[in-house]
Design a protein around this ligand. Sequence first.
Ligand SMILES: *Cc1c(COP(=O)(O)O)cnc(C)c1O
Length: 456
Amino acid sequence: MAKAANLRRAIPSVERLLRAPTGAALAARWRREHVVGTTRAVLDEVRRAAREGTPVPPEDEVLRRVAARLEAGSAPRLVRVVNASGVVLHTNLGRAPLAEEAIAALVAAARHASSLELDLASGRRGDRDRLVEEDLRALTGAEAALVVNNNAAAVLLALNTLAVERDVLVSRGELVEIGGSFRIPDVMAKSGARLREVGTTNRTHADDYRRALGPATALLLKVHTSNYRVVGFTAAVDLPELVAIGREAGVPVVEDLGSGALVDLSALGLPREPVVRERIAAGADLVTFSGDKLLGGPQAGIVVGRRDLVTRLAANPLRRALRPDKLTLAALGATLRLYRESPDLPAALPVLRWLTRPLAELEEVGRAAAPALARRLGEGYRVTVVPSECEVGSGAVPAVPLASRALAVEHPGVSAERIAARFRGARPPVLGRIHEGRFLLDLRGIFAPAELDVDL
Ligand SMILES: *Cc1c(COP(=O)(O)O)cnc(C)c1O
């Protein structure tokens, strides 16, 4: 009893601590409730430690702990990381970095009031889709366009608008899962449309679709198998053939293109990815794709295609729940403008710049960064430039690796896993990858040696 009373006396009260000059300074710097809560938590720990025999620290020390905790707690949760993972469009790392023009547009939209839904000529209410529709039409050749929060939302909206309680025919070879949470059968179920699988995993023929067609058929859905390839004894119905089947039956054809390129990447020396304009020209009634994959813009889902169908999608109440915000539209609009106007897209769009950098440039950055990095890592570390392969990621250009260069970081007594963890703990954190037991820092996303000059 006496001991407990002594302990109570030895431990300062929150009020007393916050009246002390350092305490008052904390209460001026931070929200008072936050300082009080943090101080209570620190005092609880002091009390618990004291019961186990640790002496109660002086008031200054308690306040020092409170200050340290407040500082640590206020560090942002979302931090910049260095993407040396070898996956250019890494979903866990935020996918596409934006073009400078897109960043500027986003900041301006954040700071000021804007003409988001205002037709300045008439002074009447406008439609936020108009901000990007003209550019999307020009870039894809489609009659109409609409933007939602992401491509998953675009697919959901299309299915829910056009096929609720009716059949959607999809090839068994195209029932994809993207990154765990987007699965065609699950999105279909949530949309209220009925999935009708046709063909087999490796082979689907035109007759498979024809046999499955009936009065309940609302749509033919084609899904770009964006993160895998079926190889060997395979057959698929290509878009023009599917369009012919749809036209014959009077059923629209919708294509989920996943990444969806606005320009032909093979002209830039990259593996070919379906181009939205070509899919529209081939007769797809609607095409959906992401804004933050190969397009290189903000997270968004874009639907382009027939005017009457887009109008129906826009009138669906779900559309209100899935609409993009002004920041997205500002950044997307500026990105699309670059596609229309920039004479040198890889110079303007970071994603294309990453993908098209020559190997000699990667090697040069690697050679320049290696010695300093080895020195920072310490005794026994070896850092060498090695050939490597990277991928576009986010399901673009599946199974086609891109030649790259990496820094291999090795130490005879330290495992690759421990080296990887050390880089993740760096400031800023650096994300590499382990390949065949070696830790690699892929150089495709590293533009200057200084980017690897991190606090390890
Ligand atoms: C990536 C992808 C999606 C999901 O797109 P999000 O923009 O991430 O919602 C859907 N379908 C395909 C084929 C994809 O590649």
